[in-house]
Design a protein around this ligand. Structure first.
Ligand code: NOJ
Ligand code: CA
Length: 636
């Protein structure tokens, strides 16, 4: 456990606030949100100011209780994160490359237009040939599909459209037969309102009532607090028959579980154990940092709500019992099975992530944090161009400061995001080069790569033309909320830029698509597939890319050059992050190109490009990199 940090008060300084883990991450998040640099806070003139002074100066803009809310949040964490520079503990989940499958849109085996488990089984050889050694399946449990399976009706049943439990058992056996691993999605912040627990809980005297958050209406017929749902509108449903309100941070059919209730924790842990007993290798844990809500569910601070877009968030995104709950589930389920955990933790910054993933703390093995997915000052549902220079700076910060006792996940895409290559530029002529550049960084940086289905095909965003093609509950909620306030054109452009639907269209190897997606097709790019295969092979062969040290060699505009080294073997990765050609990085040492996104050749064996030896000679004289070109060199 880290050492205790000093309790902060209004007499503390901005610098002290920024030194505390939660204060640091909260302020960093606010800066990110409004697009201001860190030095706004770290410059001496500001960092030495007392919070009282700042509170007085900003009373008009931030309101009187902004700092109360911030201090309250900071006070919830007295441990200090630890970032060790020592040896990295070897683990299988640090050495593998994961592939995320969104079952509904991966592979449809029976021709009904919906992906299924037999479809996944039929593609295991393809995945193995690609070099994948672990799979993460988005939810496959029985669900009414209000949020495509993230609203679970029965944790012990397979979604009918996907198959049966026999199909699942076969899938797991086939995965293991290939020496691959499989992790499931654990969605336990909420259940579907059709889950038996919730159905029971709707009876006022049921023992299940306390499994969820119900609040009797106080006569005002307004929700108990100002918390909003991530899918628009209030986070509360009014239930007329009992004259009460029920909490849902996500859709109206995703009801939040009350983790304060020990029976909820017992039931969840028993369910996790049933799946682990079956032999699954671990779980990705959905919005797991939201499971502990502050007692009394207090009103959210308005300023924080406006800044973050979600009023109330400070009361549950790093709740007071989060560490306790994570330890409990780890101790009683994960650890006895040697299972792996990766938490989805939106909103957590680096220090908070260190506090949930530090290996000595025994909470989570790894997390997905999301602050690298948008350039500062921008949000996902917004039409803008992502700046890879920000990605570079973010990565360098994490590579250098996260610590060897923590381990990072590396990803650009998942089922909740549009494709990164389209976010960087809509100009399709750059997309192949970009796909390969992103693959090079993902497979040579320090952390565990999670490839999202279709990345290896070079898939980009789809040209949706109307809301009829968008099935996702988030985009629909966004549309309904914004349509009266902004022009239809603007609302649709923002949805088109950021909707999760881009990641949810059936992969191109499927013949029949559901009617709403009919005609949406992108030809898979073989060249990108071959690049992934080669890079995966390289990563598996060279442990320097897993456990090696990381050193930045160049971080000028549009340039990202770094070295990974282990036991005397040194690799240099030279990336051009811009669309224009640039000078290649000049190394004094003799070196050999082991991979180059442009020159290595575009066929399966890497033939047809100029030979590496030739490039190596040219390189010593300088040489150029084309737009978005990346190359991996080994120092001889
Ligand atoms: C995060 C999941 O990734 C997303 O798809 C889902 O809508 C929410 N959690 C709610 O479960
Ligand atoms: Ca099917």
């Amino acid at each position: 456990m880290g050492k205790e940090i000093k309790w902060l008060t209004y007499d503390s300084t901005v610098g002290e606030l920024y030194d505390s883990p939660v204060g640091h991450d909260a302020l960093a998040k606010v800066l990110l949100q409004i697009g201001l640099p860190e030095k706004v806070i770290t410059n001496k003139a500001v960092s030495g100011l007392k919070l009282r002074t700042i509170a007085n100066l900003t009373k008009k803009q931030l309101g009187t209780d902004f700092f109360d809310a911030l201090l309250n949040l900071v006070d919830s964490e007295h441990d200090e994160p630890r970032a060790s520079k020592g040896k990295i503990t070897p683990k299988w989940w640090k050495e593998v490359v994961f592939y995320q499958i969104y079952p509904r849109s991966f592979c449809d085996n029976n021709g009904d237009g919906i992906g299924d488990l037999q479809g996944i089984i039929s593609k295991l050889d393809y995945l193995q040939k690609l070099g994948i050694d672990a799979l993460w399946l988005s939810p496959i449990y029985d669900s009414p599909n209000d949020d495509n399976g993230y609203d679970i009706r029965d944790y012990d049943k397979i979604m009918e459209e996907f198959g049966t439990m026999e199909d699942f058992d076969q899938l797991l056996a086939e995965v293991h037969k290939r020496d691959m691993r499989l992790i499931m999605d654990l969605v336990v912040n909420h259940t579907s309102d059709e889950h038996i627990w919730y159905k029971q809980a709707r009876q006022p005297n049921s023992p299940y009532r306390d499994y969820y958050f119900f609040r009797k209406d106080d006569g005002s017929h307004t929700p108990p607090n100002n918390w909003t749902s991530f899918f628009s509108g209030s986070a509360w449903n009014y239930e007329e028959d009992t004259d009460s309100w029920a909490l849902h941070l996500f859709s109206k059919k995703q009801m939040d579980l009350n983790w304060e209730n020990p029976r909820v924790r017992e039931d969840v842990i028993a369910m996790v154990n049933r799946w682990l007993d079956k032999g699954v290798d671990g779980f990705r844990m959905d919005v797991i940092n939201y499971i502990s809500k502050e007692e009394g569910l207090p009103q959210g601070n308005e300023t924080i709500g406006n800044l973050m877009g979600f009023p109330g968030i400070e009361h549950y995104y790093y709740g007071p019992k989060l560490h306790q709950y994570l330890r409990e589930i780890r101790e009683k389920a994960f650890e006895p099975h040697g299972a792996f955990s990766v938490g989805e933790t939106p909103g957590l910054g680096m220090k908070m992530c260190q506090l949930v993933t530090g290996e000595e703390r025994k909470e989570l093995d790894m997390v997905f944090s999301f602050d690298h997915l948008e350039t500062p000052g921008h949000v996902r549902l917004e039409d803008y161009e992502y700046d890879l220079n920000y990605f570079r700076d973010y990565m360098i910060d994490w590579m250098e400061n996260y610590g060897n006792n923590c381990w990072m996940s590396l990803f650009y895409n998942n089922h909740d995001n549009p494709r990164m290559i389209s976010k960087i530029t809509k100009d399709a002529s750059h997309h192949t080069a970009l796909s390969k550049l992103l693959a090079v960084m993902q497979l040579t940086l320090k952390g565990t790569p999670f490839i999202f289905q279709g990345d290896e095909m070079g898939l980009a965003n789809y040209d949706f033309t109307s809301m009829d093609q968008i099935t996702d509950v988030e985009a629909k909620g966004y549309y309904a909320e914004h349509i009266g306030k902004e022009s239809e054109e603007k609302v649709f452009a923002d949805i088109l830029a950021g909707t999760r639907e881009h990641a949810r269209v059936l992969l191109p190897w499927n013949k029949k698509l559901p009617p709403c997606h009919e005609g949406l097709y992108q030809k898979p790019k073989k060249e990108v597939l071959y690049a992934y295969r080669r890079l995966l092979r390289l990563r598996h062969e060279e442990k320097a890319f897993v456990y090696g040290s990381f050193r930045v060699l160049c971080r000028k505009k549009d340039r990202f050059v770094y070295a990974r080294a282990l036991e005397g073997k040194v690799y240099v990765v030279d990336c051009n992050l811009g669309a224009k050609p640039c000078m290649a990085f000049r190394l004094k040492e003799r070196c050999k190109i082991v991979y180059d996104t442009v020159r290595t050749g575009k066929d399966e064996r890497g033939n047809s490009g100029a030979s590496n030896a030739v490039i190596s000679r040219k390189l010593r004289k300088g040489g150029m990199l084309q737009g978005y070109e990346a190359r991996i060199l080994r120092i001889l």
